[in-house]
Write a protein that binds this ligand. Structure first.
Ligand code: NDP
Length: 486
């Protein structure tokens, strides 16, 4: 079967807003281009929505709320299961759209779609387990019970690095708990969210899922400030998280933040150098390093440093960078031009500050936002490439004397999302996992996730949990009902 052309793929996506029961043009005719990052060609246009468009979507979500919230969990579950089935049936189209929009290689992108289906199914089941924790007589002459209720209209704002997966990660628990949703995907990568809306339109009641396109500073901000939005969930950069918190403050809505990361990987002398290098190849360079949990800082004790660097260089040199439509490609382009330039800027500054580019370091000639996978050594802990989220295919290697110094260096950033430690000494591994100030700690791996286990950061990486039953609870409110006994 031949691959569909870009025009054929784009024809499967209404480049409009899904509001209530129909696809609607935005109030103004302003549009935003959608660029294929592998070719730099504009492949579609989406509405540059305004406050008025957001308001219409919020009204539609509000109108749909009473009937969606009062369905039984089983009835909602059946819809989410049907949506998961529809998503899997659409695997090829969804995957192709993510490839042309975000540059994710065709050989691996389908895993993001199947993970999305898995998360929908997880929440379809988990939504049926929600219950109040207490029922009993806690005051003389009274009986009490706890109800868990949906919060209301959820405004969900998602980034461009895993466009459909981050959208589903929010939509699934929000809907399972009985909320209705207005989703604003990143303007950089809207296509799979729009395709998902096509599927949802057939399965969910009108207004339960609305999608509004547009820029963060306009459509996103309008959603955050809207008085009739009860909860906002953002996955994005830390700067955006602060701005969204500020914008939400006036209406005192609940805000869930999943923000940036700067993950360390601690490698101790007794680790298996070859296996560790292989794990780091995937965790640091997956999705061209555009991953909030990417292992960006490899912190190594002296006895294994040289051996690890040798293995790592071999692993990184074997990464096939190229056209994401080619099934043999491991790493595609970065997702947009300004971001590619920002990552290059970090590399250049690191070199100016005395760092050594061990491998990579440059862009690939020709069209597309491609960068070489890069290893840098000899940078100071205080340098920008160590302290800031680079979000590209770049790792820095650091030599430290022992575990204590490794943990200190690992914790010495403002982020606290994910971290790992590689060692065969279970005592040291457990000690490190206790002292690492990160929301997830992996031992002898980095980056593995599951729908059942929570994900979320500490410090400037945010304060919400996604995936797992904890995320479902984030989308509920607790009510105490107290009955005076006769
Ligand atoms: P941004 O913070 O730039 O944008 C995230 C989303 O917020 C986009 O939809 C954006 O819209 C929107 N937005 C921007 N400004 C505002 C505003 N003032 N009000 C409301 N919405 C706004 O992040 P990126 O898209 O660049 O994504 C990368 C970031 O996401 C990285 O920092 C990464 O670490 C983080 N991330 C965190 C994860 C986690 O689980 N903790 C997982 C994945 C990514 P638009 O793009 O249209 O302008």
């Amino acid at each position: 079967m031949s691959s569909p052309s870009i025009d054929e793929l784009i024809s499967l996506v209404p480049t409009a807003n899904l509001i209530g029961d129909r696809w609607q043009e935005a109030e103004t005719s302003a549009e935003l281009p959608v660029i294929d990052p592998a070719t730099e060609v504009a492949i579609a246009k989406i509405p540059d929505s305004s406050d008025a468009d957001v308001d219409r979507a919020v009204r539609a979500a509000r109108a749909a709320l009473p009937s969606w919230a009062t369905l039984t969990p089983r009835q909602r579950s059946e819809r989410l299961m049907a949506l998961a089935d529809a998503l899997e049936s659409d695997l090829r189209t969804m995957s192709d759209l993510e490839t042309i929009d975000a540059g994710h290689p065709t050989g691996v992108v389908s895993g993001e779609i199947t993970s999305g289906a898995d998360r929908l199914r997880f929440y379809a089941g988990a939504g049926r387990t929600l219950e109040g924790r207490a029922a009993g007589e806690y005051a003389p002459g009274y009986t009490s019970m706890i109800r868990r209720e949906p919060i209301g209209v959820a405004g969900l704002i998602t980034p461009w690095n895993y466009p459909i997966l981050t959208a589903i990660t929010k939509v699934a628990p929000a809907l399972a708990a009985g909320n209705t949703v207005v989703l604003k995907p990143s303007e950089q990568t809207p296509l799979t969210a729009l395709r998902f809306a096509v599927l949802a339109h057939e399965i969910l009641p009108a207004g339960v899922l609305n999608v509004v396109n547009g820029r963060g500073s306009t459509a996103g901000a309008a959603l955050v400030t809207h008085p009739d939005v009860d909860i906002v969930s953002l996955t994005g950069g830390t700067v955006t998280g602060r701005e969204v918190s500020r914008l939400a403050a006036n209406s005192l809505k609940r805000v869930l933040l999943e923000l940036g990361g700067k993950a360390p990987a601690i490698v101790l002398d007794d680790a298996d150098a070859a296996a560790t290098a292989s794990a780091l190849r995937y965790s640091a360079f997956w999705n061209a390093g555009q991953d909030c949990s990417a292992a960006t800082r490899v912190i190594v004790t002296p006895g294994i440093y040289d051996e690890l660097l040798e293995h790592l260089a071999r692993q990184v040199a074997s990464i096939a960078v190229g056209d994401p439509r080619d099934p043999t490609t491991d790493m595609g382009p970065l997702t947009y031009d300004a971001h590619r330039d920002r990552v290059l800027g970090f590399i250049e500054r690191a070199v100016d500050e005395g760092g050594t580019v061990h491998i990579g370091g440059g862009r690939r000639s020709g069209a597309g936002y491609f960068l070489e996978p890069t290893i840098i050594t000899g940078v100071a802990q205080s340098s920008a490439i160590v302290q800031s989220e680079v979000f590209g295919p770049v790792i820095t290697l650091h030599r430290v004397p022992d575990l204590d110094e490794a943990v200190a260096a690992a914790n010495d950033v403002e982020y606290g999302l994910g971290a790992s430690v590689f060692t065969h000494d279970i005592g040291k591994a457990m000690e490190a996992s206790r002292r690492l100030d990160f929301g997830t700690v992996w031992i002898n791996d980095h980056g593995a996730v599951s729908a059942e286990m929570p994900w979320g950061g500490f410090k400037q990486s945010g304060h919400a949990k996604e995936r797992s039953i904890y995320a479902l609870e984030e989308y509920t409110r607790i009510k105490h009902v107290m009955v005076k006994l006769p």
